[in-house]
Design a protein around this ligand. Structure first.
Ligand code: GDP
Length: 196
């Protein structure tokens, strides 16, 4: 797929407001500041398709992007932001798990985690929900340029080992928006999800 042709479709305040549940979509999720916007911009070769925000957690909108005829990228709101009230957090968790379970067009989930802080509780919850609804999951260890090759490889191996515990289709790759490390691998996985 030519991810460069991605174009903004809609901003939805909640799951109910998403585009019609047809075709194939792939969702990106991660803690605030994990590097999700940067990864989406890198994937699509667009400077500001997804906003890289200085105030993490402020926007709770689900942004959707069209790739082609009935193919979408879904940018889910970042989670784990301390200053969001508990009530809002719980409500979001409920609708997120609902989205993963009920959305027919959803064919894969990319979970972005800073390579220096992988597999936090909320990441693990999300992976469990996705695996529970038979969704393939790609764990992207972001900002991989922050580690030198040795430690980078070590974390990759550790997270791969830990990911076996989810008992699902969970793969792990390193990624850097800065150096484009892992970009080809990311595209390969997405291509498979869009054209099974
Ligand atoms: P989001 O909140 O998950 O969308 O994260 P952003 O994409 O806005 O990135 C959060 C911060 O991490 C920003 O300051 C980015 O410049 C930085 N960042 C994102 N990706 C990378 C990367 O690959 N390498 C480095 N060194 N910094 C990154």
């Amino acid at each position: 797929i030519n991810y460069q042709k991605a174009s903004f479709l809609t901003s939805a305040p909640d799951i109910k407001a998403l585009p019609a549940d047809t075709g194939i979509e792939v969702a990106f999720a991660g803690r605030s500041n994990a590097g999700k916007s940067s990864a989406l911009n890198t994937l699509t070769r667009q400077k500001s398709l997804a906003r890289t925000s200085k105030t993490p957690g402020r926007t709770q909108l689900i942004n959707t992007f069209a790739l082609g005829e009935d193919q979408r990228l879904i940018d889910l709101p970042g989670y784990g932001y301390a200053q969001v009230p508990l009530e809002v957090k719980l409500k979001w968790q409920k609708s997120l798990s609902e989205y993963l379970v009920k959305r027919d067009s959803l064919k894969g989930l990319v979970v972005l985690m800073d390579i220096r802080h992988p597999l936090k509780d909320l990441d693990q919850d999300l992976i469990h929900w996705a695996v529970g609804s038979q969704l393939p999951v790609l764990l992207l260890l972001t900002k991989a340029d922050k580690l030198s090759p040795g430690p980078r490889k070590k974390v990759l191996m550790e997270v791969r080992e830990a990911s076996l515990a989810f008992m699902g289709d969970v793969t792990v790759q390193v990624f850097s928006s800065l150096t484009k490390l892992g970009l080809a691998e990311l595209e390969q996985v997405l291509d498979q999800w869009f054209y099974p």
